[in-house]
Design a protein around this ligand. Sequence first.
Ligand code: HAS
Length: 536
Amino acid sequence: MRKLALAHVLVSVAAFGLAAMMAVMQAMSRADLQLPARTADLYYLSVTAHGVLMGLVFTTFFIIGFGYVIVEKVTGRIVGKGLAWAGFWVALAGTLLATVAILSGRASVLYTFYPPMKAHPAFYIGAALLVVGSWAWAIVTLRSFHEWRKENPGRPAHVGLHGMVATAWLWLLCTLGVAVEVVVLLIPWSLGWVERIDPVLARTLFWYFGHPVVYFWLLPAYVAWYALLPRVAGGKLFSDKLTRMVFVLFLILSTPVGLHHQFVDPGIASQWKLFHAILTFGILFPSMVTAFTVIASLELGGRARGGRGLFGWIFRLPWGDPLFAAIALAMLTFATGGWGGAVNAAYGMNAMVHNTAWVQGHFHMTVGTASALTFMGLTYWLLPRLTGRELKFLPFAQVQPWLWFVGMCFFSIANHVTGLMGMPRRVYEASYGGAEQAQAWAPWTAVSAAGGVILFVSASCFGLVVVGTLLWGRRLSELPPIELAEPLEAPAEEGLFDRFGTWVTVAVVLVVIAYAIPLYQLLTLPRFGAPPQVPF
Ligand code: HAS
């Protein structure tokens, strides 16, 4: 398993490194700094590469690698290693295909690849292969869980595995949307087999996938927050039952909410947008429960370490441990970014922030920190356990999460503010044609650029520790143990939230209720479709 997990983690780190180099250029470009060779086509090539490599490659490969570690730890095996490796190579081939298409300037369609902007067919075929390869991970995870459950009837799986199983089911359910969009609509259209494409139908299928994918990014981070962090903090998991409820709520609510990305889209009845908005507020709840449960677990640890008074326990927590610091700062950042999601979800307020810099502020605090910073901290924890080498340049690993936190505060807060001031997202021309209103944004975009530079320094520290460990890490006489947190009260037997068959059925029914009629209405409208528009 170690080689399989390590292969995925290393691909994720490579994708992160390439994407981080693009990011610092973008942040400075948005501040209207006249960088050498700064052109519109290079900017959109870079934003596409950054979004795809960070949002779709770094996350997916890391989640799969971490997932195999959790599955093996709890069940004692990986059922279907051949399929797991086949999935890795298919996903890697797809990633390379799409990346070459992007870097060659023939797929500057951003990570959401909205048609009628058209990329080279290799981009869409690569994306499809990445998804198909990831399905192998989901099947291997579910098979391993199933085999373990047959041998342990009635015994509840550790919450770490429970969370990864919920993630695997969620992933299989939500990727159906993007698979249909790419294989049925985009690939034939990009090959010229069909002349026109329906942009709203493509967007609807994309966002069927596009919001639940954020919980594919978040839930493995939550697995680390619930199944590792309490033990690292020196305590126990405050509530095993609440944890299982959280993962089940994400499984059933993550997918039937995608229309909240399309509040301003034509062709979709507002009643259905409102229904998705209501369910979106439902999905705030499991994260609020997470905040409560994880903080309570940390308090148990802090007090076990001698913490006194109302907040004294916070200072007793192991802030010198890179894994702990990364996750704790990721959570703090997510507290802000997550509530920004509630603003996004509010039908009225969304009209103010949609397609503004506010949204990029939101997702750099969520996927860019809640998930990404947790994954960087986990990388420090995984490398010695997968390579048998001691973490190299530990001080850099200790300071890197703080640099990320500070840099992200600069970057994201500035983008939230300029978003509220009306600054659009995804716009290359940073002087906005000299518009007077844009002058007010300039000081904030300078703060955002400074944040981008600090983030790049942090990413460089992360890369230095990873490469240093692989090349020069001292060989350990034995592998550090993989120790999962124990709950305050261990459940004696499986309960309501362990019945995945029931909850997957509920999830599918909710998806049908939320999407069948809007899609039917869309398909029965008179639709004309759009010819391809090749950017640059
Ligand atoms: Fe979002 C747009 C709504 C969560 C990512 N989101 C995006 C986009 C991305 C994204 C990538 O309703 C842009 C897509 C694009 O390119 O157009 N989002 C939400 C809501 C939530 C949410 C309601 N988003 C996420 C997560 C993401 C993510 C998670 C990635 C991982 N989002 C939206 C909406 C839009 C949107 C609309 C469309 C906007 C538009 O119009 O374009 C919720 O799930 C958030 C719930 C979270 C909380 C916070 C709980 C706090 C916790 C930590 C507390 C811990 C502490 C511990 C304080 C309520 C769990 C500290 C203690 C110590 C001792 C350290």
